[in-house]
Design a binder for this molecule. Sequence first.
Ligand code: KIV
Length: 263
Amino acid sequence: MAKVTINDLIKLKAKGEKFACLTAYDATFSRLISQSGIEVILVGDSLGNVIQGHKTTLQVTTKDMAYHTACVAKTDPRSLVITDLPFMSYQTSDEALKTAAKMMRKGAEMIKVEGGHWLNSIILDLVERGIPVCGHLGLTPQSFHMLGGYKVQGRSEADAKAILSDALGIQEAGASLLVLECVPRQLASEISAKLKIPVIGIGAGPNTDGQVLVLHDMLGLSPNPPGFSKNFLKDANFVSDALKCFLNSVKNGDFPKEANWYD
Ligand code: KIV
C-alpha cells in the first residue's frame, strides 16, 4: 500500500470519508498501527504521561521527542508521521524552526504545535520553509496550568468564537491539519465544516474528518483514561484486532458515540 500523504487526507475529507490516527512512541506499535491501515501516527508528547509517568506533558524535552520520532520512523510506516513539538520549544520562529528541523531529520513528516493566534506568524515561517504543520486547539495539554486542569473548552459563546477564529487563522497561516481536543460536538462540527483542511477530533464528537486517541487509552492500559476514550482491546483477542476495530469503527461511524463526546 502506498504511503499516506496529506493529499490523501484532503481527498478523504472531500469525499466525506473518515480517517483514523493513533499515537505511537516506538517501533513495534508504529509497525502494528501502520499494518492495520490507520492513516496517521502521532508521536504525541502524551508520552510524558503514558511512557514517562508524569502528570502533565510539560516535562517532555526536544531530545525525548526526537528519540521517539526516530523509533517510530525506523519501521518506515505507511501512515503519515506527525510529531509534537514539546512545551516551550517553539516560542519564536527561530526556536520553532530549529526544533522542527530536528524532528524532520528523525523522520517526522509534519509537526504539531498547540495554541491560537499567537502562533500564526510562526506557522507561516515553518510552512514557507517546507515544514508541514498541524495545529492543536481546544484543550491544549501544554497549557494545563493556565486551563486549570483537563477541562472541556469552548463551552461559552465567547470561547467558542475564539476557538473558531483561531482555527481559521491557523488555516490561513498555512497549516495542513488541525487537532481539536475536548470541545463540544456542535463547535467541532462547525469548525470541521468551515475549514478546508482536515480536522482530527479527540473528545470532539463524530463530525470531525478524523479521530485520534492515545494508544495506551484505547488499549485499556491507562489507569485513568479520559471519558471520551474507549477500550478497543476489551472485545479483541489481539492488539492488531483492536487497532483494526478502532479504524473500522471510525470509518463506519461506530466511534465516537454519545458516551465519547461533550454537548
Ligand atoms: O500528545 C498527544 O497524544 C496529543 C493527542 C492527545 C492529540 O496531542
